[in-house]
Design a protein around this ligand. Structure first.
Ligand code: ADP
Ligand code: MG
Length: 724
């Protein structure tokens, strides 16, 4: 990379010409789901009994019947081939947090040297991608056996277009030959079944008959866009997704002029195409706007059932990244691409609904609905109180360590914000205003119904990691780059457990002759005695809260390395086992994999820091040193004492020396012998390697402010964030 890389990149940006985007259509309904094998298309193309059979699986969560597979496969293939597909793939979500695919052609050679379009039920239902290099955390060894993919009929197949051909993508689960889940989708589906079973049971107490209860998710995605010329001039962005050097620009986000501001033309053109492509895939994207940091944006869909929402979230991330280059842009999904500038997160809006579409976390407007709401709301509060550790673990990764607790994202302490009204109701309930058999309205509160809870109340406290927002909870600690599957597996499972317990208590009380109201009042009071410790409406960024949370005994796992080892705690293994979400081996393998991922990420960052420091920054600084030295000796030869130049030279030499020493220290820790266990290795990365990297960066950023702008080899923050 030449020293001109940065200047060339700036020049290239100014020469950028808008490309003509595909013709925008005002009629979303014409394109929405065009590339999806929707229920409607299945109905059209499948024999009636086959369709009904399949519907039982999709709607009622019944096991897929292998005898219908051939018919579905033929219909799916014909539809895909009509759309120009030549290949199909079992699309799955390994524990890397990304999606994986291996394409197979529909073509099968025939005897006479011809070829036939083949795709059987067997190929639809099961695939053998092998994929032995994907992480398994010891669940299988490469020589042992292959990984298998299994069709998930509850998430529709879709077509990915490419100018040179299209591919049929079939959402699948991914497991070892022993049936252990090697992916993110399987436990998510198991957790949905668990919470459905418990919630259906609980609804019976309230006299409601539901076939199924569905956990719903709407994920708001933040991301950065920078010109791709800058991206390719920054080895750190290319290999790590974040800048490992970069001094704070004179102007950052303090003017707050970007947030909700006018979207730049190029960016808007990109967004429009991304949205259109997502519509074709049936992803219901709804909102777009500028975010807090310059160059930062957000996209949010309408919520869907969690399994489909999770698939669609992955498709959204993929699409954002795939389309950006068409507009000369790069989409950065990393949690913290730029130090000192807000990072990116993902808000996971979560609720429960019946198969009839009734939201169980909506307080409703009559006493009956209110009781039911209070039951489910209390279950969530108890779940979060009891398993705050798991929620924290579910958002732990190296990238998110830069955000959580850094006064731009919620703290690492998990607490719940309920808002004034709902908090008030819980306080009254706790005061024991409740009299047995009281008929004076809802739970003896003296009110007939709960007051309407303002839907945006929760939104006002951005410092809370887990907020009630009127008819759903919003888990705000997710990193922008992560799969939403993990956090939702945790949410569904911990709330399933809570609903199970609360329902058991109430069933007993009702059987003993108590009214549902009285039973609920007692249950809530007994739960809240302890669980209220997790409620906090104040400023989550403040030091007082950290002290107070400690007093309340709430866990505060500051880093990924503090959090991850708790995943396989006995309490958690028992929980996941009880609800058949993850076996002990599956939990342990995940802990193992995520710790290893942390080590790998930090290692790559450390190596990249060392390489940029030695091969780009040091040479630039030395070149400047030589320039000053030449000018000082030139001045001397001309008979003047260049005092300022000499001082500058001394200063620069000092900084270069310090920089070199910091690089040497980084090299030393990078060259360490690996500690004996993965966890010790991770601790070493956190305690030795990260500080050594930070030290190099700090001096490197000083040099950026000293070395002449035209001799600096890396695009600077001002270039990347403000050249649109
Ligand atoms: P805002 O927060 O801007 O007022 P909303 O509250 O309507 O907007 O929605 C924010 C996100 O929450 C959206 O992705 C939306 O689809 C999602 N959401 C709304 N209702 C639910 C629900 N019942 N379950 C899950 N997500 C939901
Ligand atoms: Mg939000």
């Amino acid at each position: 990379m030449s020293k001109e890389a940065r200047l060339n990149a700036v020049a290239a940006v100014t020469r950028w010409q808008p490309r003509t985007p595909p013709e925008a259509t005002a009629h979303v309904e014409d394109i929405f789901g065009a590339n999806v094998f929707t229920l409607e298309r299945m109905r059209e193309r499948l024999p009636k009994p086959v369709f009904k059979n399949l519907l039982a699986t999709i709607d009622r969560g019944q096991k897929v019947d292998p005898s219908i597979a051939d018919a579905v496969a033929i219909a799916m293939r014909d539809w895909a081939v009509d759309k120009g597909a030549t290949h199909y793939t079992h699309w799955f979500q390994p524990l890397t947090g990304l999606t994986a695919e291996k394409h197979d052609s529909f073509i099968t050679p025939t005897f006479g040297g011809g070829a036939l379009k083949e795709f059987s039920g067997k190929e639809l239902i099961q695939g053998e991608p092998d994929a032995s290099s994907l992480p398994s955390g010891g669940l299988r060894t490469t020589f042992e056996a292959r990984g298998y993919t299994a069709w998930d009929p509850t998430s529709p197949a879709f077509i990915v277009e490419n100018p040179n051909g299209t591919v049929l993508c079939i959402p699948t689960a991914y497991a070892s030959w022993t049936g252990e889940a090697l992916d993110k989708k399987t436990p998510l589906m198991r957790s949905m079944a668990a919470i459905s079973e418990q919630a259906v049971r609980a609804l019976k107490i309230f006299g409601v008959d539901a076939n199924r209860v569905i956990s719903t998710v709407g994920a708001e995605q933040e991301y950065f866009l920078i010109d791709s010329n800058f991206f390719y001039a920054r080895p750190d962005l290319m290999t790590c997704g974040r800048t490992l050097f970069g001094a704070a620009p004179p102007r950052g986000q303090e003017l707050e002029d970007h947030y909700f501001g006018q979207i730049p033309d190029r960016v808007l053109a990109y967004m429009l195409e991304a949205e259109m492509e997502l519509y074709k895939l049936g992803v219901p994207v709804k909102t777009r706007h500028n975010e807090v940091a310059p160059g930062q944006y957000e996209i949010a869909p309408i919520f869907e059932e969690s399994n489909v929402a999770n698939d669609h979230q992955q498709m959204t991330m993929t699409m954002l990244q795939r389309l950006a280059p068409k507009y000369g842009l790069k989409c950065l999904l990393h949690e913290k691409p730029f130090a000192g500038i807000n990072g990116s997160g993902k808000h996971n809006n979560w609720a429960l609904g019946t198969d009839k579409g009734k939201n169980l976390l909506d307080p409703g407007d009559n006493p009956h609905q209110n009781l039911q709401f209070l039951f489910f709301c209390t279950a969530v509060i108890q779940a979060v109180y009891r398993h705050a550790d798991l929620l924290r673990v579910s958002v732990a990764n190296a990238g998110n360590d830069h955000r959580l607790g850094a006064n731009e994202a919620p703290p690492a302490i998990i607490s719940i914000f309920l808002g004034d009204q709902l908090s008030g109701i819980y306080e009254k309930l706790e005061d024991g205003k409740l009299e047995a058999g009281a008929k004076a309205g809802l739970l003896g509160l003296g009110v007939d119904v709960l007051p309407p809870l303002p839907k945006d109340a929760g939104d006002r406290n951005r410092t809370s990691p887990f907020a009630f927002t009127g008819n759903k909870f919003e888990f705000r600690a997710l990193g922008s780059n992560q799969s939403v599957a993990g956090p939702n597996v945790v949410l569904n499972t911990i709330v399933a457990e809570s609903i199970d317990e609360l329902a058991t208590t109430m069933e007993k009380a009702v059987a003993a002759g108590k009214s549902v109201e009285d039973a609920l009042g007692e249950t809530i009071r007994s739960v809240m005695k302890d669980a209220k410790a997790v409620l906090f409406d104040g400023d989550g960024y403040s030091d007082e809260w950290h002290k107070e949370a400690e007093k309340r005994g709430l866990p505060n796992y500051r880093t990924t390395v503090d959090a991850l080892p708790h995943l396989a705690d006995a309490k958690n293994v028992k929980l996941f086992g009880k609800y058949n979400v993850l076996s002990e081996r599956e939990v342990e393998s995940r802990e193992d994999i995520y710790i290893e991922q942390y080590v790998k990420v930090i290692n790559i960052e450390a190596e990249t820091t060392a390489s940029i420091g030695r091969t780009m920054i040091l040479p630039a600084a030395l070149a400047y040193q030589q320039q000053i030295a030449a000018s000082v000796s030139g001045a001397k030869a001309a008979g003047t004492d260049c005092v300022g130049g000499k001082e500058l030279l001394d200063e620069l030499c000092g900084t270069i020396c310090k920089f070199k020493a910091a690089l040497d220290q980084l090299r030393k820790v990078n060259d360490h012998d690996d500690p004996p266990t993965k966890l010790e290795h991770a601790k070493f990365m956190l305690n030795e390697v990260v500080p050594a990297m930070n030290a190099v960066r700090e001096i490197g950023d000083d040099l950026e402010k000293t070395v002449p702008a035209d001799g600096w080899p890396l695009p600077v923050y001002r270039d990347m964030l403000f050249v649109k």
